[in-house]
Design a protein around this ligand. Structure first.
Ligand code: ASP
Length: 362
């Protein structure tokens, strides 16, 4: 009898040890959606009440859009695509309308999406005329044999999939144009969301098409630059997914591509661990394979999603000089939103509808 009891105890201990947090079964019904709208020099000092309200409105609309889909039984992929489209269509974020300009005065967009249930992924890079890059990234995943398409090829594919094609001028916003002019004067590649150093020289006269005239002139009048958008979600079937969309970095050159469309760097999802979307200085995020590293720390070391995301963003990236942040969500609805910059537009919504939008560090 004693031997049987000892055996039972040993078995129980073994299964408890073997079931690390990452392997624990999902608890169905815990739908959760987390978003970011870029990290960088975002401080109360730089903010006006009008601007803050405008950001909060779009971020809340994005959260509610995704939540509505998840609540009705939609998948995490459907929720992510719709949520990111809201932010792509807003001139406030560096994705879709409102994307930053390249050195040559163009908008080149990157996006990716990943399905944590089967590790399928789709990405596009350097596209210039696709209104909602996240939707084309999804088509690459769902309707092609490939993971990543770039430039004219990706644009031709988007057309073949009846994606909305726009004139390149659609992406123009006065604020981003002015941001490029300042960067050209300083002649350096800037993070889209990092405030430029104060310059005594007046900005060059814009030569691009006229501004759409929406919020952009008022909201961005002091030329601060903000960001990339991303979303991670958990649906009622226990499936995780992640997506990211960006215009990259102001004054980027030579077909530069950042981390946003790189699976494992800016975007990663795996039901066994977590879903991650990143924002920040892409070169550092690519070299640190940020999304996959967070997942690997959970898988191999049994860290929680918060421990793993903090380890990568607050330790590894800081040591390497990589500015930015991530949103990361596990299969039980636990999430983390660490960033090592001054602020990050971010928000979440839980199963019961409680939601919050945050901007600053404190
Ligand atoms: N990560 C993006 C890139 O490097 C930029 C951003 O997050 O704002 O292209």
């Amino acid at each position: 009898m004693k031997r049987i009891l000892t055996l039972l105890l040993a078995l129980l201990t073994f299964s408890a040890v073997a079931q690390t947090p990452s392997q624990a079964p999902a608890q169905p019904g815990r739908i959760t959606l987390v978003i970011h709208g870029g990290a960088g020099t975002i401080t109360r000092k730089n903010m006006t009440p009008e601007k803050e309200l405008a950001y909060r409105e779009v971020l809340n609309k994005a959260l509610q859009t995704g939540y509505g889909i998840l609540k009705k039984g939609g998948t995490s992929l459907d929720a992510i695509e719709a949520t990111i489209r809201v932010m792509e269509d807003s001139p406030l974020f560096n994705a879709g309308k409102g994307a930053v300009f390249t050195h040559e005065g163009k908008n080149e967009l990157d996006a990716s999406i990943m399905d944590g249930s089967n590790l399928k992924a789709g990405a596009i890079a350097g596209v210039t005329n696709i209104r909602n890059p996240i939707s084309t990234a999804r088509r690459v995943m769902d309707k092609s044999e490939h993971v990543m398409m770039m430039g004219v090829g990706a644009e031709a594919f988007a057309k073949s999939q009846n994606m909305e094609i726009v004139e390149p001028g659609y992406f123009y916003t006065e604020s981003r144009w002015q941001g490029l002019q300042r960067a050209l004067q300083e002649e350096k590649v800037q993070l889209d969301h990092t405030a430029p150093a104060k310059t005594e020289t007046a900005p060059l006269k814009p030569t691009g098409p006229k501004s759409g005239g929406l919020l952009d002139d008022k909201i961005f009048n002091e030329g601060k630059k903000y960001g990339t958008v991303g979303c991670v979600a958990l649906d009622q079937y226990g499936n995780l997914a992640a997506g990211t969309s960006t215009g990259g970095m102001t004054n980027k050159r030579y077909g530069r591509v950042g981390d946003a469309p790189i699976i494992g760097a800016g975007t990663y999802a795996n039901n066994a661990t977590c879903a991650v979307s990143a924002t920040g200085h892409g070169e550092f995020f690519i070299r640190s394979v940020v999304g996959y590293d967070i997942s690997a720390l959970m898988e191999y070391k049994g860290l929680s999603v918060k421990q793993a995301a903090d380890e990568v963003v607050m330790k590894k990236l800081v040591q390497r000089g990589g500015e930015g942040g991530v949103i990361a969500l596990d299969r039980n609805g636990n999430f983390a939103m660490p960033f090592n910059s001054e602020g990050m537009y971010r928000g979440y919504i839980r199963d019961n509808g409680t939601s919050e939008v945050l901007i600053y560090k404190d």
